[in-house]
Design a protein around this ligand. Sequence first.
Ligand code: C2E
Ligand code: MG
Ligand code: MG
Ligand code: MG
Length: 289
Amino acid sequence: KAKENGKSIYSEYNNSMNAAFSERMNIEKYLHTAMKRDEFELYFQPQLDLSSNKVIGLEALVRWKSPELGNVSPMKFIKVAEDTHMIIPLGEWVLIQACDYLSHLFKSGYPKMVMSVNISSIQILQEDFTDRVTEILKCFNIEPRYLELEITETRLIEAFDTVYNKLRLLSDMGIRIALDDFGKGYSSLNYLNQLPIHTLKIDKCFIDNVSLENEKTVVTKHIISMGKDMGLSIVAEGVEMQEQLEYLKKYRCDKMQGYIFSRPLPKSELEKLLKSMNSDKFKAVPRGA
Ligand code: C2E
Ligand code: MG
Ligand code: MG
Ligand code: MG
């Protein structure tokens, strides 16, 4: 009996391994041609300033609409893109599209805001990464302070010194650096002390359970105050409920991003939202003016 159980557990494990493996193989197979076939699109999630209630930033998030696989989550394909180094052309495409769009928003007369772009450490390690970023900003006539690069700590360890030097260079140029998913990794505090960053994005898992009722959630308020003591701008990720918002306001978190305000949106919907928020102040600059 025990043997039978063991066997069925093994084959279940084996089946799910196979399923995961073949999903990955499929992603790899179709990711290869996805760029040529123009299957990627950028969505933008607004970041709200908690004291003024204004949109002060946008995070660019890539979407893949594959004719063969349907909509594939970046949580699945970014890892594959990194492993295959497809992230290098894809990441550059994202950066160009995001800057192009920001310059469109500025030209159309929308209020100034910061564009945040997720960057894989594989991109940063490319020899010409800092030059490419500079060129792209120049090409779209965007001041460095309107670009924020979001990095995650997961792969930083591999080449800390190189990554550090590049981030220093970018930061000295005036580009903002954000540490994404803070708290999810294992040596966060160490990086916080060492990296030249401007923004701390608190991972959703530290936001999920906060409320003024639940005094067990002391860690989050200490992360906020520690970050602020270090002079960082604090962004709460994944805010979905009013209780969370109240907590964040009480403990003076600077900004938030989350479904409670808006999901990531395609361009046309984002512009509708921006217009409705500024309906009294917004005046589009006529084309050619
Ligand atoms: P991230 O950078 O931490 O982005 C935040 C993720 O949380 C996004 O998922 C966003 O849609 C989701 N989110 C925002 N607010 C809420 C909320 O209130 N509730 C919930 N449940 N989720 C919320 P998304 O778009 O699926 O992206 C997942 C991850 O994929 C990103 O996490 C980022 O690490 C990566 N990614 C996305 N686009 C790019 C890209 O262009 N380049 C790179 N290197 N990575 C990217
Ligand atoms: Mg991010
Ligand atoms: Mg990220
Ligand atoms: Mg994050």
